[in-house]
Design a protein around this ligand. Structure first.
Ligand SMILES: [Cu+2]
Length: 187
């Protein structure tokens, strides 16, 4: 419960930060618009659609592609809305209920913040934690790596889920592409 309250407080902070930025013009990323970042959609299991959106987002952030991350955020919101909870066990469904509102909101903010990749990354951190919690209970349906970047946010560090063992850092992007290490393997 404490975690829930804490993350609700964080969401509120982000929301405020988001609003204060909403008048800034959206500067599109000058980095290459990589069109082949769609994640392989052969993932199996109930979390497939959600993971596909999340991994597209992660790969876009690793390329400093704020527009791509925003598109993936919108994709992820749809995946949450279309999610079929009937395939879940009671325990899995409970975890889904626990993370859904928070995670969907993070995806929505990332979708609305092309031009502000630093803010997208703030949301991505908590989103990653939510999806990790869900995948731990629901299963990934594919091999995933829970990976840590020790340097993000003034060395506080942050984690993310990756489909590759090689590090492609979504927090530091091209400036520190291979910074990080795998903490845990998930299936
Ligand atoms: Cu926001």
């Amino acid at each position: 419960m404490r975690t829930l309250i804490f993350s609700a407080a964080i969401s509120t902070l982000f929301f405020v930060a988001c609003n204060s930025n909403s008048n800034k013009q959206e500067t599109s990323s000058t980095t290459a618009k990589n069109t082949e970042m769609k994640t392989d959609e052969t993932a199996k299991g109930p979390v497939q659609g959600i993971l596909a959106g999340y991994l597209d987002m992660k790969n876009a952030l690793a390329k400093d592609d704020d527009k791509g991350a925003a598109d993936a955020g919108k994709e992820l919101v749809k995946a949450f809305d279309n999610f079929d909870k009937t395939t879940l066990t009671a325990e899995q469904a409970k975890m889904f209920d626990d993370i859904q509102t928070d995670a969907r909101e993070h995806a929505e903010h990332i979708g609305a913040n092309a031009g502000n990749i630093a803010h997208q990354r703030e949301h991505f951190e908590t989103l990653s934690k939510d999806l990790y919690d869900f995948v731990k209970v629901a299963g990934a349906g594919e091999k995933l790596y829970y990976t840590n970047c020790p340097m993000y946010n003034n060395n506080k560090g942050a984690n993310w889920l990756s489909e590759t063992k090689e590090i492609h850092n979504p927090y530091l992007g091209k400036s520190m592409q291979t910074c990080g290490s795998v903490k845990e393997e998930l299936n």
